[in-house]
Design a protein around this ligand. Sequence first.
Ligand code: SF4
Length: 386
Amino acid sequence: MLLIRAVRSRTRLPISHSLPSLCSFSSSSSPSSSSSAISVEAERTIREGPRNDWTKEEIKSIYDSPILDLLFHGAQVHRHAHKFREVQQCTLLSIKTGGCSEDCSYCPQSSRYDTGLKAQRLMNKETVLEAAKKAKEAGSTRFCMGAAWRETVGRKTNFNNILEYVKEIRDMGMEVCCTLGMLEKQQAVELKKAGLTAYNHNLDTSREYYPSIITTRSYDERLETLQFIREAGISVCSGGIIGLGEAEEDRVGLLHTLATLPTHPESVPINALIAVKGTPLQDQKPVEIWEMIRMIATARIVMPKAMVRLSAGRVRFSMPEQALCFLAGANSIFTGEKLLTTPNNDFDADQLMFKVLGLTPKAPSFADETEAFEEVTCKEAVSGSG
Ligand code: SF4
């Protein structure tokens, strides 16, 4: 904890969460110049499709834009790359909880922090399949299994069991995702053979801020796991968490790393920290909705084809606030009682939200997700932008 605070104070100015500061990030440039920058970048994305040569300055110019411009241009890009009202519902189940050897400062599952969480061994097949069945009945099309491990190496029996779970859930007609820590190349291949759709491995934050949050594995190890997933032909799910005490440049840095990977992740979860008592980040201030919108819209514009997931922290946002996130470009949520170990939105409230906002559930997709970005002439789309 001391290390975290020391590194943080040395390297970054903390973000103030007061409302005026949300506007101050744009104060170095006039509203019209910010608006122009985002307009140019969004228009280029619509015209050229995904690209991997983003500079940090380009991404920052989008991120710094006034919220209304972010909403407008995020929505524009979203409409061109996706069925605009379609939202994927994923259910995440913790199949092995707590007792993790890693020191991720935000995580109640680390054995290093006293959070009162009871560690549990790997769930048996019947329990997992029953949960998947319930999730499907409730409208989920993707079932994600999370295990609190540093890595799966040396866990042969557990890993083989998980391969079995993947096969069975895939046979139920659902997309299957796992998040099991770091993988070796061969394990990625085996997961693919079992039918795994996607693997989640978040980068969490920028390369620069990362050592303030995790010391037990490196940023490059994370990137290596992403590479193994990609090479195995599994969809990559990788995003981050905001509200860790990072600066805005770290948020831009995270998006820059993701948007300059050789292929963009198919899914980019944007999480807002749920500060859990007992973790080193227990006293962090809650993330404001404007910060989420800024991240979501920027992610949408720089990675137009990705599913941008409104993930942890959604429980704190009202329906109108979530509507703004969907407008900005989010098109996926986690449903179900819990997100691993933290509370999630109520099922009935989510059903009502779909009805009120006119959202439609996304069907599972087993096709190759590398279809070309639909090229459009963007004249009409951008004619109203500043
Ligand atoms: S985030 Fe994952 S790796 Fe880090 S402590 Fe929690 S369970 Fe372990």
